[in-house]
Design a protein around this ligand. Structure first.
Ligand code: RRO
Length: 307
């Protein structure tokens, strides 16, 4: 097993679930606890429970997924209640926070101070709540909100970022994350507001937002790798990077670690393959590391060569 750490929290190996798929109920979280995932990430939560957007709101597509779930979750109090029940699995528990206002986020993060969760992933990048822009695309608001949140949290807190595409935007956001001393960044969330068309039916494939939704899976892997790489160049070296986006094999994990990640999350592949994916991907990753003669994550992390 190749141990790693995220914000000082130890993981038995670098592979666990992304916030979102199959992690909203105690039953689903129990499956994750019993699985080979190195940590348990819980569904992004809001102050109150939410039904989410109308169905169909998730579709598998040839090389990934399109979703517009709309933050269906049981409300933060339930996830705080679940955390002690998940402790017996002896792996880190990660709360994902996606409140709909600054006040809601402060309330949830304050409450998590006294909960047995190990890490907080603050979601700056939900693309699917109608009328709510992705905060990560607004640098001023991100700076303001992070300042307030970092001030009250007692847990190692990181941010889940949307994908960026322009070097100037990377620099703006990295300066804000460095200044606010976030402990880790997770990149990327789905590429927001993609459109997939069924040509037979001459129709969109999901109902919310007239078919626009977050793109995940293999389609987004190069964008995810670029985000991990760019942030690893720009962030203080004390800020860990968790890679997510299109990982379905041990080779994919290796590439994200080469780009600068210390750990990775699995989203679309977990939805498709269910909990067995963690054991398979870890085995493939271990085999590749052994074949290449690497013994630790540190031997590989960030060592991407350029031409
Ligand atoms: O629930 C969702 O629609 C959702 C969220 Br909160 C998110 O952060 N990313 C995503 O693709 N879907």
């Amino acid at each position: 097993m190749l141990k790693t750490t995220v914000a000082g929290i130890e993981l038995e190996h670098p592979i666990f679930n992304a916030a979102g798929p199959l992690d909203a109920t105690l039953e689903e979280l129990t499956v994750l606890g019993e699985s080979h995932a190195a940590a348990i990430t819980m569904k992004s939560c809001t102050l109150e429970a939410r039904e989410g957007n109308p169905e169909p709101r998730y579709q598998d597509i040839p090389h990934g997924s399109l979703n517009s779930m709309g933050l269906p979750n049981l409300g933060y109090k339930k996830y705080i209640a679940f955390a002690p029940l998940l402790k017996k699995y002896n792996k880190p528990i990660i709360a994902s926070v996606s409140g709909l206002s600054l006040e809601d986020n402060l309330t949830i993060i304050q409450a998590l101070n006294d909960a047995p969760v190990d890490l907080i992933e603050f979601n700056l990048s939900c693309p699917n709540v109608i009328g709510k822009p992705q905060m990560g695309y607004d640098p001023e608001q991100t700076d303001d909100v992070l300042g307030k949140i970092m001030h009250i949290t007692k847990k190692p807190l990181g941010v889940k970022l949307p994908p960026y595409f322009d070097f100037v935007h990377f620099e703006q956001i990295a300066a804000i994350l460095n200044r606010n001393n976030v402990r880790f960044v997770t990149c990327i969330n789905a590429i927001g507001n993609a459109l997939v068309i069924d040509p037979e039916k001459e129709q969109v494939i999901i109902r919310p937002k007239n078919g626009f939704g977050g793109l995940g899976g293999a389609y987004v892997k190069p964008t995810a790798l670029a985000n991990v790489r760019k942030f690893s160049e720009l962030l203080n070296p004390t800020i860990d990077i968790v890679g997510v986006g299109g990982i379905s094999s041990g080779t994919d994990v290796f590439e994200f670690i080469l780009a600068g990640a210390t750990a990775v999350q699995i989203g679309t592949t977990f939805m498709k393959e269910k909990h067995g994916c963690f054991e398979r991907i870890e085995r493939e990753f271990n085999e590749l590391m052994a074949k290449k003669g690497y013994e630790t994550i540190e031997d590989v992390k960030g060592n991407l060569k350029t031409l």
